[in-house]
Ligand binder design. Structure first.
Ligand code: MF3
Ligand code: CO
Length: 256
């Protein structure tokens, strides 16, 4: 069942979104050569505490961190680790989901460290554009798969791969609610979208094949062909007049 959020729930989700987007904006200069993903996770943990945000990933099926940090061919759910040190040229994806007074927002951004290769820049730009194209379709009266199809079109138009095995999701009191929002498919299918629905939309794309596997740590999702992957996520609320993105404050409207 897709829940419809009232204005009080929406306000709390907006506050969660504002704080998380500030965190992912402020972290940008800290995502640099030599830093470990455990150090970044610890920094995020401190910021969440300051703003009375409760991490939704800590304790989730035994997960022990407040963020997922995935590098290069790691697509999503990268586990922060004190031995994982960021290198020049890395494409780092940071994903944070947290609640404020019981209501969640979920967000991920890409950071390119130091020297940016052209193909890395292009991949990140297309992930951003695909997310924007998907969000544009999140209007009352459209169907759920209109979002999915718009994302796939944009990614494949550029010759990149869309990951099938992981998807976006409804969000609210819980991090994961109905519906599942896949990043591919034909338009015109699925539930009719209504004002008050809240979605976390998150294209996961690669330079190569969309095939992925879960690493031996039980979490980290990696591309089979070792190709570079990008992942960007925003939480949106469908309003009468269109989508309201609640995770783009403080100048982080764009990705990197
Ligand atoms: N924030 C992630 C999402 O977009 C959830 C990560 S699950 C975790 O759905 F447990 F690995 F953190
Ligand atoms: Co999500």
């Amino acid at each position: 069942m897709i829940t419809i959020k009232d204005k009080f729930s929406i306000q709390k989700m907006e506050t969660a979104g504002k704080y998380i987007s500030e965190i992912l904006h402020t972290i940008a200069p800290l995502v640099k050569e030599g830093v470990t993903t455990a150090e970044l996770d610890k920094w995020i943990e401190d910021q969440l505490k300051k703003n009375e945000l409760i991490s939704q990933t800590m304790g989730y099926h035994g997960y022990k961190h407040v963020s997922c940090i995935s590098i290069n061919d790691e697509v999503v759910h990268g586990v922060p680790h004190e031995k994982k040190r960021i290198k020049n040229g890395d494409l780092v994806k940071v994903d944070v989901c947290a609640s404020w007074k019981g209501y969640c927002a979920d967000m991920a951004r890409c950071y390119v460290v130091g020297t940016q290769e052209l193909k890395t820049k292009q991949l990140v730009a297309v992930a951003q554009q695909a997310l924007d194209k998907g969000i544009e379709k999140a209007v009352p009266g459209n169907r759920l798969s209109d979002i999915s199809a718009a994302i796939q079109d944009e990614v494949e138009r550029h010759g990149f791969g869309v990951i099938r095995d992981f998807a976006g999701h409804g969000i609210g009191k819980k991090m994961h609610e109905d519906p599942e929002i896949v990043n591919y498919g034909k338009p015109g299918h699925g539930p009719v979208l209504k004002a008050g629905m809240a979605f976390a939309i998150e294209p996961m794309i690669t330079l190569g094949s969309y095939k992925v596997y879960v690493d031996s740590d039980g979490w980290t999702v990696k591309t089979v062909d070792k190709s570079l992957a990008a992942h960007i996520e925003d939480t949106i609320i469908i309003m009468e007049n269109g989508p309201h993105i609640i995770t783009r404050f403080s100048g982080n409207e764009r990705v990197i």
